[in-house]
Write a protein that binds this ligand. Structure first.
Ligand code: NAD
Length: 359
């Protein structure tokens, strides 16, 4: 992989890509600011031992662009951004020093980018950064933050599933609907709670035995291997683990009517659109469905501060958003993801126009 920064920025529409290098504290970071028309660019900080720099840059560019569409479609006044720290996520020694330095770097960006938790980083890293910057969100409620975003992500996914069921089956009644949840970590486990309460029959897979044990104990879920997730006869396949599980090989195997889950980047690429449509599977765009977490984090930056009622109303709006996307997709014969990106871009274009009128 050999990605050129400016060519990639031109292709995807990024405003700014910033590199930070402070070897004395082990900080090697790339921050991608995709779009700030609607507001500051918000997106998590991923920490990973990337095999090479291009891989980290690729992650930053793709994920920050996705965040722009996610927040725009969710109706948030935020843009899209992402940070990747090239470091061992298991690092203990010197961790605080590294995050304190990164927090200083965020101050240098003057609020154009707000960071949050992501793969490899945790609430305590955010708390460390908050000692130095206000541009890090999702710290603990005891410290005045909004806390773990996962329950909100799961709530939004559930709302989207209800909308998808209404379109596909004519009812949002989930009684005895078979749902295959792949990955029962933070989001997946909260999702099981909603699905169980709604009377769904649950099948789960995970690579962590303790999570499977919990899903069986609390929700009476049936367990299959992760690989077998794609062969399960079910109504809904809900990817809640890793990205790109929906690809040419797995689509050929899927026996579901709906794909609706919390994982980011579920589709391998746009070449699978036709294959999914041909199998008459209803696909709910991942970034439309999993916006609950970012909505909760956005709540921290409202003048009124974080309010549960505001977050709830916004997250429950994912039900209407999914209806809107699927409705337009059906009427116009387009793949739902195409419509979702289009709607997000329309909102950004309108804001840009309004801004230029005011100048
Ligand atoms: P998590 O790490 O808590 O849970 C992921 C689970 O998937 C873990 O239990 C892990 O063991 C399991 N897993 C990993 N590989 C697997 C495989 N091949 N097959 C089956 N299970 C596997 O992460 P999370 O916070 O629950 O996030 C899940 C997904 O949702 C990720 O793609 C994440 O990017 C996305 N997401 C999360 C949030 C959030 O609020 N946490 C918000 C938006 C999107």
């Amino acid at each position: 992989m050999d990605i050129k920064v400016l060519s990639e920025a031109a292709k995807r529409g990024h405003e700014q890509v910033v590199y930070f290098h402070y070897p004395e504290v082990g900080l090697k970071a790339i921050v991608g600011i995709h779009n700030t028309v609607l507001g500051p660019a918000l997106g998590g900080c991923r920490m990973r031992l990337y095999t090479d720099e291009s891989q980290a840059l690729d992650d930053v560019m793709r994920l920050s662009e996705g965040m722009t569409y996610k927040s725009a479609l969710a109706g948030l006044d935020l843009g899209g951004g992402k940070a990747c720290l090239i470091a061992d996520p298991g690092m203990k020694e010197g961790r605080q020093e590294m995050f304190l330095k990164f927090a200083e770097c965020l101050n240098n960006l003057g609020g154009r980018y707000i960071t949050a938790e992501d793969m490899g980083t945790c609430v305590s890293d955010i708390s460390t950064m908050r000692r130095v910057t206000k541009w890090a969100a999702g710290h603990s409620p005891e410290e005045g933050g909004s806390g773990d975003p996962s329950p909100w992500t799961a709530r939004g996914v559930y709302q989207g599933i209800l909308a998808a069921c209404e379109r596909k089956f004519g009812s949002k009644d989930l009684t005895n609907k078979r749902v295959m949840v792949q990955g029962v970590g933070n989001v997946g486990m909260y999702l099981l709670e909603y699905l169980k309460d709604a009377g769904a029959r649950l099948i789960v897979s995970d690579v962590r035995q303790s999570s499977l044990d919990e899903a069986v104990r609390r929700f009476g879920a049936e367990v299959v291997s992760s690989e077998a997730s794609y062969d399960v006869d079910c109504d809904i396949y809900s990817p809640c683990a890793i990205g790109q599980t929906v690809n040419p090989v797995t689509i050929a195997r899927l026996k579901c009517s709906i794909i609706a889950g919390g994982a980011n980047n579920q589709l391998s690429d746009s070449s699978v659109y036709e294959q999914i449509l041909a199998k008459k599977i209803l696909y709910c765009p991942d970034f439309a469905l999993n916006a609950g977490g970012v909505t909760s984090i956005a709540g921290e930056y409202r003048p009124e501060g974080w309010q549960e009622s505001w977050v709830k109303e916004k997250v429950d709006g994912i039900y209407t958003t999914i209806h809107r996307v699927l409705d337009q997709a059906e009427k116009r014969g387009l793949f739902p993801e195409v419509v979702a990106v289009e709607l997000a871009k329309e909102r950004i274009a309108a804001a840009r126009e309004k801004r230029s009128e005011m100048k």
